[in-house]
Design a protein around this ligand. Structure first.
Ligand code: UDP
Length: 238
């Protein structure tokens, strides 16, 4: 787990967003993983996911406050949260400004339909390559469809782990593009689900809001976070 903390992006969010814009402008390639305690726990049990996280082509940013606080405890100077939902929104904005092509894979069809509406209304200059829901049987074929649009931004929302592994499997054939596993972000950006009120975000309690809204998350949250805290405690003793 030590290596995951070492690997985390350490600068502030605005610096990260300006780097993203530069990557888009210069048509470079970037694969972003937005990390939560669940990410670290999954990677410590799954060798393929571990290798993916530690790959030099992967940029790992702290999505949630749990990661930021734990990084401080183990003496890594991580500045602040860089949540997937904010990254996605910035990419829409920059893509619109620069006339870039966006592809999305994941979430339910109703979310995709709502997202299409938001994108065409709010970001008219952003080109839509493919918007595909995450429930087809052949995700490799979906990625092939995405590849053919020559995209600049590819957001994949299939849940932690699956989304990153799918991107990683196909990343090599792309010459350019920003690839991000965005989890439930599209549910929020499409307006299908509400993001936490600003005060929750400011107080770093966005996780609490999500749990209250979706109590089925409690077990997953409890399991991952308790184990994560125990692991961080172990690191403190090293
Ligand atoms: N999802 C999907 N296909 C699947 C399973 C999940 O498209 O086979 C989508 C789901 O609709 C949701 C996202 O993946 O939009 C996962 O969201 P969740 O909030 O669970 O992800 P997290 O951000 O917590 O990893």
């Amino acid at each position: 787990m030590k290596d995951y903390f070492k690997k985390l992006y350490k600068k502030d969010a605005n610096t990260f967003y300006s780097e993203l814009k530069k990557t888009l402008k210069k048509e470079k390639k970037k694969f972003i993983v937005t990390a939560n305690p669940e990410t670290f726990m999954m990677a410590s049990k799954d060798k393929d996911f571990n290798d993916l996280l530690l790959d030099n082509n992967v940029t790992m940013v702290p999505d949630g406050i749990g990661i930021v606080k734990a990084a401080h405890i183990v003496k890594h100077d991580v500045k602040e949260r860089i949540p997937g939902v904010d990254i996605s929104e910035k990419l829409f904005e920059y893509g619109n400004e620069l006339g870039k092509t966006l592809c999305v894979l994941g979430s339910k069809q109703e979310v995709i339909d709502a997202l299409r509406k938001v994108l065409t209304e709010k970001y008219p200059n952003l080109k839509i390559g493919a918007l595909l829901n995450g429930y087809s049987k052949d995700k490799d074929k979906d990625f092939e469809t995405i590849f053919k649009t020559n995209p600049d931004i590819v957001l994949v929302a299939l849940g932690m782990g699956n989304q990153e592994k799918l991107i990683y499997k196909h990343l090599n054939k792309f010459k350019k593009g920003i690839f991000v596993g965005v989890g439930g972000s599209l549910d929020v950006l499409s307006g299908t689900k509400k993001r936490a009120p600003k005060i929750f975000i400011k107080l770093n309690l966005e996780w609490l809001y999500r749990i209250c809204k979706e109590p089925k998350r409690i077990k997953r949250f409890y399991d991952n976070n308790i184990k994560f805290i125990l692991n961080v405690k172990k690191l403190m003793k090293q």
